[in-house]
Design a protein around this ligand. Structure first.
Ligand SMILES: Nc1ncnc2c1ncn2[C@@H]1O[C@H](COP(=O)(O)OP(=O)(O)OP(=O)(O)O)[C@@H](O)[C@H]1O
Ligand SMILES: [Mg+2]
Length: 276
């Protein structure tokens, strides 16, 4: 059963094909050849939290193929705070969807905690997504008729009622909104709604927080509030934070900026942020 699934999602095969064809190569030699293409500093160090190898994503639109990602290789370590920039259509959200296990690569590999995500069944993918990833959206995506606390409780479907309330309240405290728990979204400012969105992403204690333009709908003061919350979660809890943004001053507050163009990474460098 497991073997059947692995063959159906053939990313593992695809990677093997990318190593120069040599029929005399054993699978161990091929694995070593793949490992040798990783950046030198990683070969001896500890494993990164996530690693993409030559990831492509192609959408079929009728007759036309759209190459949303065209060979993206990158590594992100635990506790990094990274921003992803690039013009509209450059593949930022597609990349976030793959990192967040909402989608799998067309070819190439994605390893999360050393696990080959492309080889997992849809159920396992959903399970990893639920436990490891917190999503924050530009438009908050809160349910309007529910209180802030009820919104934050939503991901805790399998937790008992009292435990759910306690954990939601704690998550709201961590974003500085303990006193707004019973407010509905319409009774909160944009920045406060986004903080509820962050609390909802936090409530399951994920390893990675993915935020696709979290400040895109906010004025500069509220954006600052949101960045302060994300930076403190990153600093105090070593939460890995990945933010898509169009704003240079938001990107400058992260440790590292990955720039995309036409489905490729065109720049990947450290910022001068000196906060740690
Ligand atoms: N589900 C889909 N079906 C078909 N094409 C898609 C799909 N999702 C994205 N694309 C295409 O893939 C490319 C990359 O899209 P993506 O949403 O990743 O860009 P983006 O960098 O997030 O842009 P923006 O800044 O506008 O949000 C675009 O050309 C887009 O039209
Ligand atoms: Mg996008």
């Amino acid at each position: 059963m497991a073997r059947k699934r692995r063959r159906r999602k053939s990313t593992a095969d695809t990677v093997v094909r990318q190593v120069p064809e040599d029929s005399s190569m054993t699978s161990r030699k091929r694995a070593r050849a793949r490992a040798d293409r990783r950046p030198a500093e990683r070969r001896s160090g500890s494993a990164p939290l996530l690693r993409l190898e030559e990831v492509t994503k192609t959408y079929q639109m009728g007759e036309v193929e759209v190459g949303a990602l065209q060979g993206v290789s990158l590594e992100i370590g635990k506790g990094e705070m990274v921003s992803i920039m690039g013009p509209s259509g450059s593949g930022k959200s597609t990349l976030m969807n793959i990192i967040g296990c909402l989608d799998v690569p067309t070819s190439g590999s994605y390893f999360l905690d050393e696990r080959d995500v492309g080889a997992l069944s849809d159920n396992r993918l959903a399970d990893i997504r639920g436990r490891q990833i917190g999503f924050v959206f530009q438009t908050y995506n809160l349910l309007p008729r529910m209180s802030a606390r009820a919104n934050v409780e939503l991901p805790l479907t399998y937790t008992s009622g009292r435990g759910r309330r306690r954990r939601a309240q704690e998550a709201l405290e961590r974003v500085g909104l303990a006193d707004r728990a019973s407010h509905k979204p319409t009774e909160l400012s944009g920045g406060q709604q986004q903080r509820v969105g962050i609390a909802r992403a936090l409530v399951k204690e994920p390893a990675i927080m993915l935020a696709d333009e979290p400040t895109g709908n906010l004025d500069s003061r509220s954006s600052e509030e949101i960045m302060d919350v994300l930076k403190s979660l990153n600093r105090d809890q070593r939460l890995t934070v990945i933010i898509v943004t169009h704003e240079e001053d938001i990107a400058a507050q992260t440790d590292r900026v990955i720039s995309m163009l036409d489905g490729k990474v065109v720049r990947d460098g450290r910022t001068s942020r000196q906060s740690r």
